[in-house]
Ligand binder design. Structure first.
Ligand code: ZN
Ligand code: ZN
Length: 123
């Protein structure tokens, strides 16, 4: 590695506050991420940031790794979480949480909804 380059290596862990995609209950999702960044002064690197390699202004005395870290976590964070594998979600009719409440709604009439969609698609 050339002089002036900085390598940051380690393991970050965090807890994300997300919501279950089925029942919309808050879910605290913790995950850990191995990280490895190479920082190169921008007067020695004429390419743009690519993946692991980030540039920083050559005159800078301090490195700010918050930006790259945020990017890494945004990429690694799961898009959809579920509070538990067998989450029963919300009742489509009354909106109650079917994990905790029982309602007497009959199953939604799926066929009627599809008929509407089909009618829209045919126009
Ligand atoms: Zn859930
Ligand atoms: Zn219901």
């Amino acid at each position: 590695m050339a002089a002036g380059q900085v390598m940051v290596q380690g393991r970050m862990s965090t807890t994300l506050a997300q919501v279950c995609r089925r029942c919309l209950e808050p879910v605290a999702q913790s995950f850990a991420l191995p990280i490895r960044f190479v920082f190169v002064p921008d007067d020695e690197w004429d390419c743009r940031d690519d993946g692991e390699v980030h540039t920083f202004p050559a005159h800078l005395a301090e490195l700010d790794i918050a930006g790259p870290l945020r990017e890494e976590f945004a990429l690694a964070a799961p898009m959809y979480v579920e509070c538990r594998p067998d989450c029963r979600g919300l009742c489509p009719a009354c909106g109650s949480n079917r994990n905790t409440a029982r309602c007497d709604c009959s199953p939604p009439d799926a066929d009627a909804r599809w008929e509407k969609l089909r009618a829209l698609a045919n126009h």
